[in-house]
Design a protein. Structure first.
Length: 135
């Protein structure tokens, strides 16, 4: 019983630390300090893996994808959201799944709008015509 009490304390402490690290990472991201958010979220994700908590792995993975997007890593962000969706589905976290799906949809819509703007922008027409001719 001493071992189980000790394990519970470690688990409880680790769970609280994981949540604090995630919250700190999200706060850093929201105030524009994405560089600081990344390491905090990585530590939270490491603890989620250690605790084998799939729900929190999904949540932190989605938060990390947001940071990746904020730092211009769009493809990595999309992959992160897809991973978060898969984890949330596996864990039965419907709310987390919905948030990640919404974030991915917004990101894809934005990327599509940028591509459309590029193709229809009069300044890019010479480039686009040249590109079509090469195809």
């Amino acid at each position: 019983t001493k071992i189980s009490k000790f394990s519970f304390r470690i688990s409880s402490h680790s769970r609280a630390r994981m949540r604090l690290l995630r919250a700190s990472g999200v706060c850093a991201y929201r105030v524009g300090r994405s560089v600081d958010a990344g390491p905090l979220l990585r530590q939270a994700l490491d603890l989620a893996h250690l605790l084998q908590d799939r729900t929190w792995q999904g949540k932190v993975t989605a938060n990390t994808a947001s940071v990746l997007y904020a730092t211009g890593r769009v493809e990595d962000a999309m992959a992160g959201y897809r991973e978060a969706i898969a984890i949330a589905r596996e864990a039965g976290d419907r709310a987390g799944e919905g948030v990640a799906i919404g974030n991915l949809a917004n990101l894809e819509a934005e990327a599509e709008a940028e591509a459309e703007a590029w193709l229809t922008n009069p300044r890019s027409r010479p480039y686009n015509q040249e590109r079509v001719a090469l195809s």
